[in-house]
Design a binder for this molecule. Sequence first.
Ligand code: PGA
Length: 262
Amino acid sequence: MGRKMIVAGNWKMNTDARSAAALLQQLAEWRAANAGRVQMIVAPPFPFLAAAVEQQAGKEEGQQLLVAAQNCHSEKSGAYTGEVSVPMLASLGVGACIVGHSERRQYFGETDEAVGRKIAALLEMGLVPIYCCGELQQEREAGRQQDVVATQLHTALSRFKPAELARVVVAYEPVWAIGTGLTASPEQAQQMHAFIRAELARMAGGTAAVMPILYGGSCKPDNAQGLFAQPDIDGGLIGGAALNAADFVRIVAMAEETTKAA
Ligand code: PGA
């Protein structure tokens, strides 16, 4: 069996109750009419997660959207005002969670160690962690991108066994490409994805061959196909283009046309 293709929409701090419901409705209607093998994930803001999960009730697998949070806390409960725990997400039926996004690292001081603890909490409750890594522009200019990404991967993930890593999704998001309109070229992205898979193999052995590695950073309908055609790119983590249902489903349709050998 090949690796699963995944297209995940990170809505960030966008939408409100009404526009989130409308976007979810459009995506669900498209999915119902276009069942497929690609795992379609939506990550709305916390207040809209419950409605997103409820909307998926009773749907068959190929027609379902997997609902993801954009962040979580590593502790199960306690005096952490304003935070959301993994058991809370699990109790709603949320199936996945983005962790380590560069905006969390940049604006909220998240470290690889802290993100590793979040991944442990997610795995313990059976949620899929979507672990974001990627270098800054100045790090790429200095030719240090592989060192940076290797450190991120090993610091957050080396504590896990291969069977646990098999449930982790990695998203490579070069920070210089996020929300900037600059995209890594398919060749640049493939080179890093192959490097990431080799680093994952050092921790997970043969399991690395089945771990999905998504590309993120200004991934849009006009560049997704070229990226998805690369052998180690297993889909995308989409920001801006995920807020437009037509754009997002075009990207999903492109992923449906791609099959990966594992
Ligand atoms: P972008 O965001 O597609 O708007 O560049 C991607 C992300 O931050 O996940």
